[in-house]
Design a protein around this ligand. Structure first.
Ligand code: HEM
Length: 412
């Protein structure tokens, strides 16, 4: 018996990219609510796009037999945020093999190292400071140092700021149009060339770098055919570590913004290690960051009566799923203690993508992100004396990424 067919509710019009830029993180949910459907169709960047929101929809989206990733992301995103030739655009065995190269660095020892680097760098930056500090700017410097050290990229202390100002446009400006987009592309070209140069020197033994770190390992990594990766691809993958570690500065800004906006929840976080973790998880659920994951339909299929046609661009709404009232009670309240009862499904809480780490495209750096956020929050709640001066911090729901600009004043 064939399933009853439903038409995917479709937004009329030629293109809705401008509405996407205007409505930001609400774009998909606005349409899902309007059509009372968790599967809707629109047009973005001149092509048909199916948008999904919700837990079952996330489960569908992460079914590798239904969707593929090769060239799924729009070219402007590949040329800024992601880079060309990286793990995000791979499928099947090639993806699993490349992803394993990343996951090999997500061991307990490696995560402990990244936490201790973060603690050390925060201390170094804030010791002797009694100025007003914009958390986002400070976090960028701290996390750039952490990222370079943790990956084994050689740098001199006074070069950290230059690295930070080249790395941040990759995620700050990727969604922009015009000159900011070009700046993001330019930064990527510069960084890829710089790292490619290092890879070549490592291979011809003209520099020595720490052999336990990712830069060295990626440089000597062999693909499924036993060949070394193209040095350019190594650079893209090293940037797949450096860029997002620096991007955790967005979450650090939002974490301190949450402390500022919800002091009673900060008191809750102070009570135990588990509560700190709940606070961090709630920051990742409540505030927006990465709007949607993108894939394409592998071959025609029908799901719940909806027809998905081969090659259709498909977006999974990450923010919308994290605020889905079918999953979360009072989703628009900031309530860390909700994570006491969270059962840990891979499909209902997906700020960094869903599904599996090894076989799927779930973010390779989710544990690092959580660990860095937690040690940073712990440090700011328990080790630093500061006040929040009068300020107008905050962001709009179409600021991608959202940066509150929260500022603190250290008590000397
Ligand atoms: C700053 C906070 C972060 C956010 C919001 C974030 C978000 C995401 C999202 C949404 C995806 C795509 C999931 C999908 O396509 O299904 C992803 C993939 C990825 N992330 Fe993150 N991420 C963050 C931090 C990190 C960190 C710290 C690292 C590495 C140290 C990292 C490395 C990666 C890699 C390598 C992928 C590609 C995985 C694959 O295609 O298999 N991310 N991330």
């Amino acid at each position: 018996m064939s399933e009853e067919q439903h038409k995917i509710p479709k937004e009329p019009g030629l293109d809705h990219t401008l509405e996407l830029l205007k409505e930001g993180y609400h774009f998909i949910v606005n349409r899902a609510n309007k059509f009372d459907s968790r599967v809707i169709q629109t047009r973005l960047l001149g092509e048909k796009a199916i948008c999904l929101v919700g837990k079952e929809e996330a489960e569908l989206f992460y079914d590798n037999s239904r969707f593929f990733r090769q060239e799924a992301a729009p070219s402007r995103v590949q040329k800024t945020l992601l880079g060309v030739g990286g793990v995000q655009g791979l499928d099947g065995e090639e993806h699993r093999h490349r992803k394993a190269m990343f996951m090999a660095f997500m061991t307990e020892a490696s995560l402990e190292e990244v936490q201790s680097l973060a603690k050390k760098e925060w201390k170094r930056l804030l010791e002797n400071s009694n100025d007003e500090i914009k958390i986002y700017d400070a976090a960028q410097i701290v996390l750039t140092r952490v990222a370079l050290r943790w990956t084994g990229v050689p740098f001199k202390n006074d070069e950290a700021e230059d690295w930070a100002s080249s790395l941040s446009p990759l995620f700050e400006m990727a969604s922009n149009i015009g000159p900011k987009h070009l700046k993001s592309r330019w930064s990527r070209v510069q960084l890829e060339n710089k790292i490619e140069g290092l890879v070549k020197k490592i291979r011809d033994d003209s520099i020595r770098v720490d052999q336990t770190k990712a830069l060295y390992h990626f440089s000597w990594h062999k693909d499924i055919n036993g060949e070394l990766l193209d040095p350019h691809v190594v650079a893209v993958e090293v940037l797949n570590l450096l860029r997002p570690i620096v991007a955790i500065s967005v979450y650090v800004d939002l974490t301190l913004f949450a402390v500022y906006e919800h002091p009673e929840e900060a008191d809750y976080a102070r009570q135990s290690h588990d509560n700190l973790q709940h606070f961090i998880q709630e920051v990742r659920r409540y505030y927006p960051f990465f709007p949607a994951a993108i894939a394409r339909v592998k071959k025609d299929f029908t799901w719940k009566g909806y027809q998905f046609k081969e090659n259709t661009m498909t977006l999974l709404d990450l923010y919308g799923t994290n605020h889905d009232p079918n999953i979360w009670k009072k989703p628009h309240e900031f309530n860390p203690s909700r994570f006491k009862d969270w059962e840990g499904s891979p499909f209902d809480f997906i700020p960094q993508g869903g599904g599996e780490f090894d076989m799927g495209h779930r973010c390779a750096g989710e544990w690092i992100t959580i660990d860095i956020m937690r040690v940073t929050l712990d440090y700011f709640l328990n080790d630093v004396e500061y006040v929040f001066p009068d300020q107008k911090s905050g962001f709009d729901m179409n600021d991608i990424p959202p940066i509150s600009g929260v500022t603190i004043k250290i008590r000397g």
